[in-house]
Design a protein around this ligand. Structure first.
Ligand code: HEC
Ligand code: HEC
Length: 484
């Protein structure tokens, strides 16, 4: 609701009180804070309806072990953490993820590749590149999502309560999903590309979950873990597995950023360049700003709504379009043409650590993804569709340019008709740098410190098939270091 009001205000061009005619660089701290408060950014310190568990809470601890356990992968080679490691910004630092049947299953992040031999042996589709069609978003601050999860919102809160998931028809609550994160956690295990592999062919989602719950139950060591949380001789159901994982994810509360400190009153928490960037971010285009907050607003900088931006469609696609290589985004869920090529506005907390960017990971730096917004046509024209400039090998996709250009024509039409908050904006190189340095202030310093993140990393335990991550590249690097 809050977000819809903001959008309505922006659409009707109401100018917020006191902010008229302010030049981007001359705004003072109080004015900047008020501007940002108008867009509800800065994480509220009010108590929450769903309390945030500490990572040491027994259920979150159990969830951590499950999140790291390859026992939830069909072939016992993949865990949630395969694509969402805390040391990789809660994602995998790959444009497109590699789930089951990796060449070296415990090697995460850059360097992770598919094993052609293993894939062929089990009859899985293999063409040399990653098989998952979309980027792996971060699990950090997952508890801040209020409306929709997944990039097309296929897990979503319903207006009258309840959560709809891919297991229920559009608009119908899934009784298995008491809240968004729990509902989301029911699905990765059912996807052959992500976790299931070909182990459960022909089985329904519920049959897969039951089979996994039985597998876990059969291991006395897991039984001890569940008894500790759910009481003696606890029944191990997939619902309890998902509930524990959801508690672990909710414990990844990483919001203590310099920006948050500034919003709480510390004028020195961010510097002049970062403040100039913040001003550009929040001010409307007609006031000399970049108008970013029209979509990136609320505590996690997302309106939780869907917008078409024609960011490079480099993935293998979701079976959409004539070639099956396209991804229609939100329209896949609603069936409405107005949602074609629209993806959920990403959250921006810790964004310096959650690269690559956009729904198919087509951008590796913040500067590139920011520039795309400023002039979509120019960005698409300049994009290297050979994809050889991206770090991940095997991304080549003959349909990438044609699919992206289809999305571009939709965006251009909407821009001409005024049907999108996305405006072409002329910024100097200096201003782009300012915007990027502002984005860096949204990162909680814990995210850059392996020691601090260790509380979310499970201890090795062969009995629980805990994935012991290996990395080929340095972790926790943040993109485009500025003066911060
Ligand atoms: C093979 C890589 C892979 C594995 C393994 C995987 N995920 Fe994901 N995860 C993804 C991708 C890709 C998406 C986005 C998919 C989409 O939106 O269509 C995603 C989305 C999510 C989201 C939603 C975030 C958001 O911003 O809405 C959460 C939470 C999540 N995964 C948690 C999990 C959990 C829990 C597991 C284990 C049960 C898991 N993932 C296993 C790749 C993976
Ligand atoms: C029309 C709504 C809208 C506006 C205005 C907007 N964004 Fe975005 N932004 C999005 C959407 C939607 C995506 C994801 C698109 C995709 O995945 O294909 C995105 C992606 C991003 C990303 C990549 C995040 C990630 O994790 O992939 C960054 C960074 C970003 N925007 C920053 C900005 C900045 C800075 C501005 C102002 C110059 C801005 N945005 C203006 C909607 C918007």
């Amino acid at each position: 609701m809050r977000n819809r009001q903001i959008l309505a205000l922006t659409c009707f061009g109401l100018v917020l009180a006191g902010a008229e005619n302010i030049r981007a660089e001359s705004i003072n701290d109080v004015e900047l804070r008020n501007l940002a408060k108008y867009y509800s950014t800065g994480v509220s310190q009010q108590p929450r309806t769903e309390p945030i568990p500490p990572p040491t809470a027994p259920k979150a601890e159990l969830g951590k072990k499950l999140f790291f356990s390859k026992d939830l992968g069909g072939d016992k080679d993949t865990a949630c953490v395969s694509c969402h490691h805390p040391l990789l910004g809660g994602g995998d630092h790959l444009s497109l993820p590699i789930g089951s049947q990796a060449t070296i299953p415990d090697l995460l992040g850059p360097g992770r590749t598919h094993s052609a031999t293993r894939a062929r042996a089990t009859g899985m589709l293999y063409d040399g590149g990653p098989t998952v069609p979309r980027v792996a978003p971060t699990t950090f601050n997952a508890a801040l999502w209020q409306q929709v999860m997944f990039l097309d919102g296929r897990v979503e809160a319903l207006p009258d309560g309840g959560v709809r998931t891919p297991d229920t028809p559009f608009g119908v609550a899934d009784p298995k999903a008491p809240n968004l994160i729990h509902g989301q956690a029911l699905f990765p295990v059912t996807s052959p590309e992500e976790m299931a592999s070909s182990a459960f062919e022909g089985k329904s989602n519920d049959e897969i979950r039951d089979a996994l719950a039985q597998r876990v139950s059969a291991n006395p060591q897991w039984q001890v873990e569940f008894d500790r949380v759910y009481g003696d001789e606890a029944v191990i159901t997939f619902s309890r597995i998902a509930e524990s994982i959801a508690q672990y994810e909710a414990s990844q509360w990483l919001t203590d950023s310099p920006w948050q400190a500034f919003m709480e009153g510390d004028n020195h928490a961010i510097n002049r360049q970062e403040k100039a960037g913040a001003t550009l971010f929040f001010q409307e285009v007609k006031q000399g700003g970049a108008g970013c907050a029209a979509c990136h607003n609320g505590e996690n900088f997302s309106d939780e709504a869907f917008h078409a931006l024609a960011m490079p469609q480099i993935g293998r696609g979701k079976d959409d379009g004539v070639t099956g290589s396209d991804d229609f985004g939100r329209m896949r869920e609603t069936g409405k043409i107005k949602d074609k090529y629209s993806f959920r506005t990403p959250q921006l907390l810790n964004v310096s650590a959650t690269y690559p960017y956009s729904h198919a990971g087509g951008y590796e730096t913040l500067e590139d993804v920011v520039r795309h917004h400023l002039n979509v046509e120019e960005a698409v024209n300049n994009y290297d569709f050979t994809l050889t400039n991206l770090s991940q090998p095997g991304l080549q996709n003959t349909h990438a340019e044609a699919n992206t250009r289809k999305a571009l024509s939709v965006v251009k039409r909407r821009q001409e008709n005024g049907n999108t908050p996305l405006k072409n904006v002329d910024l100097s190189n200096k201003q782009v740098k300012q915007l990027v340095s502002f984005l860096h202030t949204l990162t909680d310093p814990c995210v850059e410190k392996p020691k601090c993140l260790a509380q979310w990393v499970a201890e090795p335990d062969a009995g629980l098939n805990i994935l012991e991550a290996q990395f080929a590249a340095p972790q926790s690097r943040t993109q485009f270091s500025t003066n911060r």
